[in-house]
Design a protein around this ligand. Structure first.
Ligand SMILES: Nc1nc2c(c(=O)[nH]1)N[C@H]1C(S)=C(S)[C@@H](COP(=O)(O)OP(=O)(O)OC[C@H]3O[C@@H](n4cnc5c(=O)[nH]c(N)nc54)[C@H](O)[C@@H]3O)O[C@H]1N2
Ligand SMILES: Nc1nc2c(c(=O)[nH]1)N[C@H]1C(S)=C(S)[C@@H](COP(=O)(O)OP(=O)(O)OC[C@H]3O[C@@H](n4cnc5c(=O)[nH]c(N)nc54)[C@H](O)[C@@H]3O)O[C@H]1N2
Ligand SMILES: [Mo]
Length: 764
């Protein structure tokens, strides 16, 4: 069989491989001479916020934080290549649609605003004013503002996002489908219920004081490489790191820090995970429950032996609600059920619990491996339950840490991108701007798609992102977009979503993070972003814009707003001319932003206070709240096991991609090169199918709604993954994610628990 694409995995994450890969990336991107300077300004007090991820920045930000995937993100944006009107003239939209995302975005940065011309099936240049006027007139012509959908991807700055939500609410709707609906939605909901704030409770400094760190359902080596630096320093200090991940991820095993000269020269690496457990997909709630069971047993044993208690009894008594019920629920959960659902043995779970019990201060981090399941909200509540047992919240070195995705996805929510806004926020907007705000809740991503499919939505505006590729059931969503009266994409590079025009369609090119944003008077404008640790800091680009025709996101939103709702409520042009004025409005309507403009200009910005981190609980009970449900009746892998030839599939990211942006075709840490159509599978499962590495296979969706879903012509890669679970890359496999399968309460597509079967193709 053809196994050319399967090669050696990197011995450790980071190291020389990372540096080599960066060099390659910079050369290929044609990044200008200023490239090195650009990188040195990433995540520095006087530079721009890296568009890569939402991990926090160190206090002493003078030395450059090296990050391989940060380099890729920056090089991708700072490329010399351009997608000009000549490019669109040379290719019809139908032709461009045949290209992969990888091929499309490689063409470089968009340079001119473009309007789709149905007759020639081409995008033609359009003047900014004409684009704004036509968009405004179509939006004004809809019967009802709820017939328009306003999507946001998490790169938008606080200023752009605040202006966007203001415009949309003046227009009259709360339809804010947002990338977070597909991402950390479950974390926000669960943490709100448990501790009263939908955000993480730790600061970067807490990682220096933790005795143990639990990393659950996350692959930081690829997706948050700067976090590995913090994990490595923790490991070297003796902090115990426990990983829960069905797949053996290189970066969580060994890491060689490219910033550490000695380690690099000796070719050494630091072991990261002291304990690496491989649960089945969706098995984390059971694993947490098992650990809680072990902790409670240890408590009983300690009390019986007259030893100090294991539980933090003062915390439970003074701060928590529902402990007795939780204890009963844990006792009622049988080990046999825990083992079956988690896919872990009682021994393994008890070992992890032992680490927890011995640590005074524990941090728990998680990402998509936890949030993209059916039972994600219940699982995150169980993580919180487990952490309450020993008071691991609201003390130094301890806490809950959902690690966010997009660099400003957290900030966008903070400043009002929310289809279910709180009354407090709406009241504040109404009072400050004096207009009647829409109160009816709006559409999230899945509701927006539903409305497009049933014809009740007629317009789609995308502030960044790649809606058609990031969402489930790609084929249906593609059709839905093409049926609309209006599609507008505010973007830096061309992507697949732009090639699905409705009746009237626009691509509006904007400045990226790395670029200088000058106002009419030639002053450089500052924007702000919030990281996973709730630090808000400034970002100002340093490169010349990719084209003189680009506008900032803020200016584009202001242009559309002016043409749609006029300036009786807000003076859009003035706001776009000086972002300080936008920040004054944020300060006036959202708590925590006092002295926004002044504090933003401090080197590291400022922290948005998290009451839960101070043990103030804004929950209905006024306390940290336990939940006490039974384990899910059945998870996808348990269901898959009942059927012949069925598997539980998860879709994750390779080392060479940023969501739907594919930088390259390698996945170095997993030993896959030049190929993305792959399925990772346990060798014994492969053998049972009578198949070998490299054999071609079709993956068939198994979701009983009568819709046929097939992803054709993938290649097997034998891998260290539990039996019955398989994995492959997003977005290639999104055709298999059913729109109808969404997380309970979170409504997040279940892209980490998809039931499929495998059909071998005749080997060529
Ligand atoms: N370079 C780069 N950086 C990125 C991104 C990118 O695409 N590229 N994307 C950004 C965004 S938007 C996000 S949301 C984050 C995503 O960051 P991650 O959450 O790390 O992203 P995924 O690749 O989806 O990885 C999910 C991990 O969870 C594991 N997993 C899957 N299912 C389960 C499960 O049931 N239980 C457990 N315990 N583990 C499971 C997978 O094996 C995998 O290691 O990264 C951000 N940063
Ligand atoms: N199957 C499956 N599906 C998933 C996931 C998964 O793990 N599995 N993950 C989900 C997650 S966590 C997320 S966050 C979503 C991501 O969904 P999106 O946020 O919609 O997708 P991205 O790929 O991040 O968007 C990339 C596009 O953003 C534009 N862009 C880049 N930088 C800028 C900028 O500075 N300004 C503007 N205006 N545009 C810019 C470019 O045109 C680029 O093509 O996908 C979700 N979908
Ligand atoms: Mo995300």
């Amino acid at each position: 069989m053809d196994t050319k694409f399967i090669g050696k995995k990197s011995a450790a994450a980071g190291g020389w491989g990372a540096l080599k890969s960066c060099g390659k990336q910079l050369l290929q991107s044609g990044m200008p001479v200023s490239g090195a300077r650009t990188m040195l300004k990433a995540n520095q007090p006087d530079g721009f916020d890296c568009p890569g991820c939402a991990w926090g920045d160190p206090e002493h930000g003078s030395s450059f934080e090296f990050c391989e995937n940060g380099v890729k993100a920056v090089a991708w944006e700072a490329t010399d290549k351009r997608v000009t009107p000549a490019f669109f003239a040379a290719n019809t939209v139908s032709e461009l649609r045949q290209l992969s995302d990888y091929e499309l975005e490689r063409n470089g940065r968009l340079t001119h605003p473009m309007r789709y011309d149905t007759a020639s099936d081409r995008y033609l240049p359009v003047a900014w004013e004409d684009a704004f006027a036509e968009i405004g007139s179509i939006l004004k012509g809809l019967d009802n503002p709820n017939r328009a959908e306003f999507y946001t991807s998490g790169r938008a700055s606080n200023e752009a996002a605040f202006l966007y939500q203001l415009f949309v609410r003046i227009y009259g709707t709360n339809n804010f489908p947002d990338c977070s609906n597909m991402c950390h939605e479950a974390s926000g909901i669960a943490l709100n219920q448990a501790v009263g704030v939908g955000k993480g409770t730790v600061l970067l400094e807490d990682f220096e004081e933790a005795d143990a760190i639990f990393v659950i359902g996350q692959n930081p080596g690829t997706n948050h490489p700067r976090m590995l630096g913090d994990l490595r320093r923790a490991a070297m200090r003796g902090t115990r790191i426990v990983v829960f991940n069905p797949i053996r991820e290189r970066g969580l095993e060994r890491f060689s820090d490219p910033q550490d000269k000695i380690e690099m020269l000796r070719g050494g690496a630091t072991d990261i995970a002291g304990l690496y457990l491989q649960p089945q997909l969706g098995g984390d709630m059971a694993a947490m429950r098992g650990m809680a069971k072990a902790v409670l047993a240890a408590e009983d044993a300690a009390i019986a032996a007259g030893l100090p208690p294991v539980l933090d009894q003062a915390f439970l008594a003074d701060h928590c609600a529902g402990f007795a019920q939780y204890r009963a629920a844990v006792e009622a959960t049988a080990w046999a059920d825990i083992e079956d659902q988690s896919g872990l043995s009682r021994k393994e779970i008890e070992r992890a619990a032992e680490v927890y019990i011995r640590a005074e201060r524990v941090i728990c981090t998680w990402a998509m491996g936890v949030t993209q399941h059916l039972h994600s909200v219940a699982t995150i509540r169980e993580i919180a339950n487990f952490m309450f047992l020993r008071g691991n919240i609201g003390k130094p070195g301890a806490g809950l840490c959902p690690v966010r995705g997009h660099s400003n996805v957290q900030g966008d929510r903070t400043v009002g991108i929310n289809e279910k806004p709180s009354d407090d926020f709406l009241d504040a907007l109404e009072k400050h701007f004096r207009f009647t705000v829409p109160r009816e809740h709006g559409h999230n991503v899945l509701a927006a798609i539903g409305a497009m499919l049933d014809g009740s939505a007629e317009a789609f505006i995308g502030l960044g992102g790649n809606f058609a590729r990031a969402t489930p059931d790609s084929a249906l969503v593609e059709k839905a977009l093409q049926r609309l009266k209006l599609t507008v994409h505010i973007a830096t590079k061309p992507n697949h979503s732009h090639l699905l025009p409705g009746e009237a369609s626009f691509i509006l090119p904007c400045l990226g993070r790395t670029e200088m944003d000058l106002n009419a008077a030639g002053h450089s404008q500052l924007v702000s972003v919030e990281d996973s640790m709730s630090m808000v800091h400034g970002s100002a680009g340093i490169n010349r814009p990719a084209s003189p025709h680009l506008l900032s996101e803020v200016a584009i939103i202001a242009g559309i707003a002016q043409a749609t709702v006029g300036s009786s409520v807000a003076g859009w042009a003035e706001l776009a001319d000086d972002y300080d004025r936008i920040r004054d409005h944020i300060e006036a309507t959202i708590p925590g932003f006092e002295n926004y403009n002044a504090r933003l200009r401090k080197p590291r910005g400022f922290h948005l206070r998290n009451p839960a981190a101070h043990r103030e609980w804004q929950t209905p009970a006024g306390r940290a709240s336990f939940s006490c449900p039974a384990l899910p009746g059945e998870t996808v892998h348990q269901r898959a096991r009942r059927g012949e030839g069925r598997f539980a599939l998860q879709t994750f990211r390779s080392h060479d991609q940023y969501n739907t942006t594919v930088y390259g075709l390698d996945d170095r840490y997993r030993g896959v090169y030049g190929e993305r159509q792959v399925i990772f599978i346990h060798p014994a499962d492969l053998k049972a199918m009578n198949a070998e590495a490299g054999d071609p296979v079709d993956v068939i969706g198994d979701y009983d709604d009568g819709i046929e879903r097939i992803a054709r012509d993938f290649r097997f890669v034998p891998y260290d993954i539990p039996r019955g679970s398989i994995a492959g890359y997003y977005p290639e496999l999104n055709a298999l994610v059913p729109l109808g399968s969404a997380g309970e309460e979170s409504d997040t597509p279940t892209s980490k628990s998809i039931m499929v079967s495998l059909r071998k193709r005749d080997a060529a």
